[in-house]
Design a protein around this ligand. Structure first.
Ligand code: AMP
Length: 424
């Protein structure tokens, strides 16, 4: 789904930003008529050869923001790709994100003679090496497999003139810092660098400082754009009753494309099996699934063949599926940051969405941390916390707790929500 009109700059066009004709045609074919703010701010300095620090998340249009100038630079150089030696390297934290970037780069470069190679784990290494042997202008990869091919000299970074590090914060979360350092140290100078990150913790700032030279900083506010469009609910429910609650919620057809987060791979499999037995089209996606299984699960979810995707955090990172109506936190994440990341799967690119959390009495401490972090009201629905939860340092019961509610975007029952809030 395209970003909302209010997120677009109506008096700016891609042409006025300096984007060249073959790319304009590709943009037109995809109905990208108006640049998003991150595109409007990033494209001119990147075309001018500057380094860039972009603070923006998936959904902002950042992929085209860095890809358009990159493609324009490469096309202007008129050189044939040499075996094993790309001229541009784009690193992403997950296989899925790498594939999505590849998809964007391919459609944008449809009128250019440029070749891309996707170098990711879980896919045929042999085929990737063959692609490199034939020569690719752009490598889009995940750090592990990129390092692997560097080591065997099947990927030579000495010709890289453009480097993009996408979702730097997730890279560090996933423990890729050593691989990134190895890759960066193999890159030649001079080169153009871009670093994108949704958040800017100290480690990312340090990484950016070492990598970027006098960068232009472009920041797209995150919470203001997305948080108000996500309605957040919490349902106090004992662990053992969570599956039953989910099944009853799924009776509502408004839950049309639902991603359900569990804490463990085993939990994801178990839940998917139960849902399947109840006739719900569902797939599970987690670290033990092979790359083809993950891709199939995502494809079926994207096309609507599967209504529910049960996922663990790591597997879900970088998934960009539009039209997710509901995110269910079947288990609360240990890290409040993950909650924000999880619920960001819905309300993509300006659409509205609903996030529902299931909170067992043992998870109430985590819920309080999440409430502080989310900076948005999380409405209590369903039954009041069971008595054992009250021995924990619980909040006073609010009027209206214990009512059962439906979960639809802009729900019909929205009128009395103020009295149900647990946090503001
Ligand atoms: P990204 O943040 O790069 O993952 O992009 C988010 C979504 O917005 C993707 O589905 C893109 O296809 C879409 N998109 C990006 N730029 C534009 C644009 N200028 N106009 C319409 N849709 C866009």
């Amino acid at each position: 789904m395209a970003p909302e009109q209010s997120d677009l700059l109506t008096d700016t066009t891609f042409a006025t930003l300096g984007v060249a004709e073959p790319l304009l045609r590709a943009l037109d074919a995809r109905k990208f008529h108006v640049p998003t703010p991150i595109q409007a701010d990033s494209i001119p300095p990147l075309l001018a050869g500057r380094d860039l620090l972009g603070i923006a998340q998936t959904g902002s249009g950042k992929t085209a923001a860095f890809s358009l100038p990159l493609l324009q630079h490469l096309a202007a150089q008129h050189v044939r790709p040499a075996p094993f030696a790309p001229r541009a390297l784009i690193l992403a934290p997950t296989r899925e994100l790498a594939l999505q970037i590849d998809e964007t780069v391919r459609f944008l470069s449809v009128h250019l003679r440029l070749r891309t190679a996707v170098i990711i784990g879980g896919a045929s290494r042999f085929k990737q090496v063959e692609t490199m042997r034939r020569g690719a202008d752009i490598v889009i990869g995940t750090p592990g497999r990129v390092c692997d091919l560097m080591q065997t000299r099947e990927l030579n970074l000495a010709g890289v003139r453009h480097f993009v590090l996408d979702e730097a914060d997730r890279m560090l979360d996933l423990g890729f810092i050593k691989d990134i350092r190895r890759i960066v140290s193999a890159l030649p100078m001079p080169r153009q660098n871009c670093l994108f990150s949704a958040t800017m913790p100290a480690e990312v700032a340090t990484l950016a400082q070492g990598l970027l030279h006098s960068p232009v900083r472009v920041e797209i506010a995150r919470k203001e754009e997305t948080a108000p469009k996500i309605e957040q609910f919490v349902h106090h429910v004992p662990q053992a009753a969570k599956t039953g609650l989910l099944l009853s919620l799924l009776d509502d057809a408004d839950l049309s494309r639902v991603i359900v987060f569990t804490r463990t791979k085993h939990g994801a499999n178990k839940l998917a099996t139960v849902l399947e037995q109840k006739g719900i089209q569902v797939n599970a996606i987690h670290g033990n699934k092979s790359q083809p299984q993950r891709e199939k699960a995502l494809r079926e979810f994207r096309t609507g063949r599967a209504r529910v995707l049960v996922a663990t955090d790591i597997a879900a990172r970088g998934i960009d599926v539009t039209g997710i109506s509901h995110v269910v936190n079947f288990d609360l994440p240990a890290e409040p940051e993950s909650y924000v990341h999880r619920i960001g799967r819905t309300a993509r690119a300006g659409a509205a969405g609903v996030a529902i959390a299931f909170c067992d009495p043992t998870e109430r401490g985590t819920l309080r941390q999440i409430e502080r972090m989310a900076k948005a009201p999380i409405t209590v629905v369903g039954d009041a916390p069971p008595p054992e939860a009250r021995s924990a340092p619980a909040k006073p019961k609010r009027p209206g707790q214990g009512q059962r509610k439906r979960f639809s975007p802009r729900s019909r029952n929205g009128g009395d929500r103020g009295s149900l809030r647990t946090a503001a």
